[in-house]
Design a protein around this ligand. Structure first.
Ligand code: ADP
Ligand code: MG
Length: 262
């Protein structure tokens, strides 16, 4: 199992778009996948994907120890499961992000992939999701402010002992003056996993609460997202083939952190 946290730095970069669509694309490949809305202050993941039967409880209730995590997991018509966050400020105030590690421990064995949609910024709510993943994927827009903010998130990820898998450049317009792949790789010192173009299909699909990889699988954005997902699953497979025993999985780390507490 692999847990990726989708981070950015700046808000509006496309974290939720990527989480929903990469998660759906993984499910389309037959991989059991959960997407979690850990943007617990500005939750909106469940506003852009239809849920089969909306549960009453959310991650807020789970993090406030008012509900059990499995009660909050929803199925979707697209194969991917969703753990939504609550929308109320009252619920946010009661939720304790520190509980996230324990919550993850209860579900991680049940999925091939868990993608965590996380908040922008450098608050505690943003840092905890970075601390519980295997690796972080950073979403950026091809402009300098987005990149400087992403650099902070990368440094935070490293401070909490995790690594950045790579960055995804989103909303590229292919314009002159946009920062290119080599410049971004040089500035952030991480690989670019792919470039998603600015594409109106994304907005149309989100309005219908259908992932664009389902609604318009041949649109430019959907094709790129599927390519990135293929790349992620291929690198996983080749790491396994290499017998990469050095890679410490989520469960190993969880046990280590539990031991450290005692
Ligand atoms: N590639 C894209 N093309 C067009 N619109 C996009 C694209 N990616 C994201 N958007 C739009 O930009 C807005 C912000 O995206 P979102 O995924 O919610 O960002 P974040 O979760 O990082 O705050 C949304 O309205 C979304 O539909
Ligand atoms: Mg979002």
């Amino acid at each position: 199992m692999t847990v990726y946290t989708i981070g950015s730095g700046k808000g509006g970069a496309g974290k939720t778009l990527f989480t929903v669509n990469a998660g759906t694309a993984l499910a389309q490949l037959g991989l059991k996948t959960l997407i979690m809305d850990c943007d617990i202050g500005m939750a909106n993941l469940n506003l852009v994907i239809n849920l089969e039967s909306r549960t009453e409880v959310s991650l807020h209730d789970v993090l406030a120890e008012k509900a059990e995590v499995h009660e909050a997991i929803n199925h979707t018509p697209y194969g991917v499961d969703v753990l939504p966050s609550g929308l109320s400020i009252a619920g946010f105030k009661q939720a304790d992000p520190e509980k996230l590690r324990d919550v993850m421990g209860q579900i991680v064995d049940e999925y091939d992939y868990i993608l965590i949609d996380s908040p922008a910024g450098i608050s505690k709510e943003a840092v905890v999701p970075l601390a519980v993943c295997d690796e972080a994927i950073l979403i950026i827009n091809p402009e300098l402010t987005s990149i400087t903010d992403a650099l902070k998130t990368k440094l935070l990820t490293e401070i909490v002992g995790r690594k950045v898998k790579g960055v995804v450049i989103n909303r590229s317009m292919g314009m002159k003056g946009e920062l290119g792949v080599s410049k971004i790789e040089e500035l952030l010192e991480v690989d670019v996993l792919g470039i998603i173009p600015n594409d109106k299909s994304v907005v149309k699909a989100a309005a219908l609460k259908v992932p664009v990889v389902v609604k318009e699988p041949d649109s430019p954005a959907a094709k790129k997202i599927k390519e990135i997902v293929k790349k992620l699953t291929n690198t996983e497979a080749s790491e396994e083939q290499k017998g990469d025993t050095k890679k410490e999985g989520f469960v190993e780390r969880l046990l280590k952190s539990l031991r450290a507490k005692t």
